[in-house]
Write a protein that binds this ligand. Structure first.
Ligand code: ADP
Length: 743
């Protein structure tokens, strides 16, 4: 929104207030799943403007909300309006954010208040937390220096802390701390528990860049310094040093304006910790972090300091895009192709797409980086909407790994095994020269399917159409969709056959079993979300791999991204066909991205790397392109396919999902919706159809897929359609604009 609109709205408030002497009408939006803002009365002297945080009675409660744009309804008699109860001191949301929330809600068709909720987070954060008392070293020496007192003073010297924290570190009671305070050896100071973040040190020079990097960095920094808005894609092979390039742009943006703020979005929190260290090294100050592993107090600090400008550089997950920045001037979306940017529940959105829109509306640049950019971004570059810079070679000078296909029909594994001799012989070679191998299979557990060999019964999760996956280390059957788990039964629940339940197909645990049998002396580890349930456990395995303490790593996609293993020279992909099966519109693209990332782990240092892909369909275009290292040709074929079908990025897609426990009600709602569908020129409606995973935890789901030409406003069409039907409260309706999941 532009300033003009804000002032026009403020003007309207003033007119209203003149009519009502000392009270004016304002619109208040609450962070609740509501589609609109509500009218309230406020004292005129508060001089409220959009973005201001206030407190208001809402139903039986009082809650925090935000003064919103739009015209209050002057026809409502004043006595029907409730009065606001508090005008908060917290820094107001700026115009860009108010505008972005409006826009994001109309784009995603999510309730406006739900989008505001992503910005506002907790109402508790609007009031500063109470000050804490910390202890620093005083001038006096304690009259008696006991070992306990000494350890408290040492702890305070290392870093001032609360009495309880000092006592805990020193292993003494609080009384020792108080005694030292009385003696003047410790002084109490009041501190803000949410101190501002150390600003990045912009006098530090970045690393010396290669010629390629320099060229790319110049181009991007010029854009940041001069032109402002626009989207740039850094398209650089894995290991080319994209980070060093965009950190120069970060420095340029922060330098240009002393209050500018920058956010770097990353797809995975496991990558965040080493990344934070890297950024800290570059700017000699830790950036403000934002991700799900933070404690509530850490989140509050980042949120409050972003809001008051006390955090200039933020590194975070997709939701960092919704932090209440005062003066956001640059967004970086690293690994822009990553599907983790798509949020699938609550407000369904794609953080990359919203980041681009945020930059365009705020008139500042957005930088996307990837070794395997999404087709969407590549087409945007081709059609001139984005600019691009390329980094063709690895910074270390290392060659890209040589990728070959193993035709499993020609070189099958032994019966009951999963590794072809063509792959295991290469692992033998690597072991003999003390180099590392990685066997990649994007499947957790031991076996994806448990089948009764007598009656054919498949083990599924209760009330769900999902298969139970055997986890042999724990002797459990687990549903990866619902989290349900049970002990593996001895008997088939359908035919009561004893020991007839058979594991079918491999997961990483089964590959590990084969590897241990074949290479009993090798140091073998498994990396999956089961063996590394949190970022810390994951870091341990990754560090062990980096430090050469593992010979063979068997891993899911957790090992695919970002990591640098200098002694890893062989990557074996156990099932290169996996991602292509049951393919949705992006199956081939995703397979290409994932396998490029995984194979890109090999040979990142001096020793050359190789990758072997086991496949039963070596003729598939995506595998041929990987083997030939011909991404552009793959993208061209992929683009042609999508253009012919009118799929994104050449057309628009949306999904409507209806779900509920009452199957009849869901089906009736789907029929009602289908019969109310307007005739839209250039719009095709597919469905309703049962979702591929139709029943999940007793809830059934029906889906519509809506396909439209690019020049059609899908949102307007959907609004028109959905306004014609009332869906009963027992059926939940969600809309997914540009769906990535079709399950
Ligand atoms: P990418 O993100 O493109 O895969 P990285 O940014 O992770 O690549 O860089 C790959 C490796 O090269 C990292 O270990 C990084 O520290 C190093 N590197 C990249 N650029 C430079 C530079 N200009 N000076 C020193 N080291 C660099």
């Amino acid at each position: 929104m532009n300033q003009g609109k804000i002032f026009a709205d403020a003007g309207k408030m003033a007119v209203n207030s003149a009519a009502a002497e000392d009270a004016c009408r304002v619109k208040i939006l609450f962070p609740l799943p509501l589609f609109k803002a509500f009218d309230y009365l406020a004292p005129a002297k508060w001089r409220l403007a959009p973005g201001q945080f206030v407190r208001a009675p809402f139903g039986p409660r009082e809650i925090y909300g935000v003064v919103w744009t739009g015209e209050p309804d002057i026809k409502t008699p004043q006595e029907k309006l409730k009065a606001l109860s508090e005008n908060c001191d917290a820094p107001p949301l700026n115009n860009d954010i108010v505008d972005f929330v409006d826009w994001a809600a109309s784009y995603t068709l999510a309730p406006l208040g739900s989008v505001l909720r992503m910005v506002m987070r907790s109402g508790d954060w609007l009031t500063p937390p109470s000050k804490q008392t910390w202890f620093v070293r005083g001038n006096a020496r304690p009259p008696r220096m006991t070992p306990q007192r000494k350890s408290v003073l040492d702890a305070a010297d290392a870093r001032p802390k609360s009495a309880a924290a000092l006592a805990e570190i020193a292993g003494v009671s609080d009384g020792v701390v108080r005694g030292l305070q009385k003696a003047g050896a410790l002084n109490a100071v009041e501190i803000d528990p949410d101190p501002p973040f150390e600003p990045p040190d912009l006098s530090v020079a970045g690393p010396k860049l290669s010629d390629d990097q320099n060229f790319a960095a110049d181009q991007i920094c010029n854009q940041v310094r001069n032109e402002g808005e626009g989207c740039v894609l850094i398209d650089g092979v894995t290991g080319s040093g994209k980070t060093a390039v965009y950190l120069e742009a970060v420095a340029a943006a922060l330098n240009k304006d002393p209050t500018a703020q920058v956010v770097i979005l990353l797809p995975e929190i496991a990558l965040t910790v080493p990344f934070l260290e890297r950024v800290e090294e570059r700017f000699r100050a830790a950036p403000a972090p934002w991700h799900s592993e933070l404690t509530m107090a850490e989140r509050r600090r980042t949120w409050r300091r972003v809001a008051d400008g006390g955090a200039r550089l933020v590194v975070g997950a997709r939701s960092a895009l919704f932090l209440p920045f005062q003066n956001l001037k640059l967004i970086i979306v690293d690994e822009e192709h990553d599907n983790a940017y798509k949020q699938e529940d609550g407000v369904i959105y794609h953080a990359r797409d919203l980041a681009v829109a945020r930059g365009a509306r705020g008139k500042f640049p957005v930088i996307l980086a990837s070794a395997t950019p999404s087709l969407e971004s590549v087409v945007n570059v081709d059609e001139g909407r984005y600019s691009a810079v390329g980094l063709q070679s690895r910074f270390s000078g290392a060659a890209m790994p040589e990728i070959s296909l193993i035709d499993m029909r020609e070189y099958p594994p032994e019966k009951g095994k999963w590794l072809s001799p063509a792959l295991s012989d290469r692992v033998d070679e690597k072991l003999s020269v003390s180099e590392q191998s990685m066997l990649f299979l994007n499947r957790r557990g031991y076996a994806p399917l448990t089948l009764c060999r007598r009656c054919g019964h498949k083990m599924t999760a209760p009330g769900s159409d999902t298969m139970l996956v055997e986890h042999r280390f724990e002797n459990k059957l687990v549903c990866h969709h619902t989290g349900f788990s049970m002990d593996k039964p001895d008997r088939c629940p359908a035919c009561n056959g004893r020991n007839t339940l058979n594991p079918c197909g491999p997961g990483v645990e089964r590959i590990a079993e084969e590897a241990v049998e074949r290479w009993p002396d090798a140091r073998i580890s498994v990396l999956s979300s089961d063996t590394a349930p949190g970022p810390r456990a994951m870091r341990e395995i990754l560090d062990a791999m980096q430090n050469n303490e593992i010979d063979i790593l068997i891993a899911t996609q957790l090992a695919a991204k970002g990591h640098h293993f200098p002694n890893l020279t062989l990557v074996g992909v156990v099932d290169a066909d996996l991602g292509l099966a049951g393919g949705d519109l992006r199956a081939a693209e995703r397979t290409y991205q994932l396998l490029s990332q995984v194979t890109g782990r090999a040979g990142r240092s001096e020793k050359p790397g190789a990758a072997l892909l086991q496949t039963y369909q070596p003729e598939a275009a995506v595998l041929q392109a990987l083997a030939a290292n011909d991404r552009d040709n793959f993208l061209a074929i992929e683009a042609e396919g999508r253009r012919a079908l009118g799929f994104p990025p050449y057309g628009r897609l949306a999904a409507i999902i209806l779900r509920g426990r009452d199957e009849n009600a869901v089906h009736q709602a789907a029929r009602d919706l289908a019969s109310a569908a307007p005739n839209g020129d250039g719009v095709d409606i597919l469905g309703p159809a049962r979702a591929p995973i139709y029943r999940l935890r007793g809830v059934v789901r029906m889906r519509f897929l809506i396909k439209a030409r690019r020049n059609v406003s899908l949102q307007a069409f959907l609004n028109d359609w959905l306004s014609r039907v009332r869906t009963p409260s027992s059926v939940r309706r969600t809309i997914d604009i540009n769906p990535f999941s079709f399950m």
